[in-house]
Design a protein around this ligand. Sequence first.
Ligand SMILES: Cc1ncc(COP(=O)(O)O)c(C=O)c1O
Length: 385
Amino acid sequence: MKQLSERIRGVSASRTVRLSGVIDSLRRQGHDIINLGVGEPYEAPFPDILSKTTAALKGGETRYGPVAGIPELRNAISEKFDGYTGENILVTNGSKQALYTALQVLCDPGSQVIIPRPCWVSFCEQIKLAGATPVLVDTKAHQLDCHAIEKAINADTRAIIINSPNNPTGAVYPKEDLRAIADLAWAHDLYLISDEAYEAFVYDGWTHRSLFDFPHIRDRLIVAGSFSKTYCMTGFRIGYAAAPKEIITAMARLQSHLTGNVCTFAQHGALAAARRDPSHFHGWRNHLQKKRDMTLEMLKDLPCDTPRGAFYVFPDVIHCLKKNESAEDLASEILQRVNVAVAPGEAFGGDGHIRICYAIEEKRLIQGLERLVQVIHQRTGATAP
Ligand SMILES: Cc1ncc(COP(=O)(O)O)c(C=O)c1O
């Protein structure tokens, strides 16, 4: 019997994507599912983004374009990175592809890549697809443990992946910790991949800190950015990598054989987004912070560190689990019994937790949390307030 490649057999399907499949099928059966499991804002993109996209589509932007992205968009993105030009930017099919391509370009078989755990679902599988090995290093109260990261470095270590604000925990790493990681990468001659897909979502007056703020490591830094969450454009599939030109050239070479250019008219929508005045985030951010606070309040029986960024809470549910039960079992019971989808922590290497996305419409969020709390109270024997 013929077998598929060892490479693909070693890779598991994204659990959050699988969850979306289950939700779709339950919805088709007529269930009113409240989806707190999938990480995307519910709002539509701004009208100017839509009108520029459709104008480009109607205006004939429907052909192959430059592999690395349309020059106007590359230039517009580069303005965020002091000293960079469009040649330092590769436009990709979501930041997911920027991360995949970066790992393909940086790793050899046998390389190791360090990731703080819990972490986003695709990092480990993307590392394996590059022939390398993921090395997971536990965080402490969801913050970086720089000492443990240093201890995990060896002669095979090629890169460290940092994701702040973090999915699934919502943790935002302070500047001092990012500096410590930058110094480690410099001292041990490692690459750094900084996944900043949630850069726009930082609360409580905190500011987003990028690893790009440290000039001494820019020769080894790849920043992966995204239009998906920041501009409610998840379906457009627009992300980018910002890096030294040699790295971008190598990544573009791979992209030329993989997908070619990213959808041309979608890039025109992204260009409109990149040109927007960032002040439009203020109201939205405040509203998300309010929804985060409400979520934490409604789930106050579950231990949870206050997440300062992204749009997730990642409470500990261990005390709600029966003997030999996992958070995945709990998530499945919540979905079947009260039709609320949450992502099990196991998907992120965070066993005993569930991830709740609060970026959905407020009314639905409240309904979803009320239903979820019912199950939690039944399990813990607590009475509803
Ligand atoms: C941490 C993180 N990085 C990258 C991505 C990929 O996003 P996209 O490919 O839509 O830019 C996601 C999506 O959920 C994410 O949570």
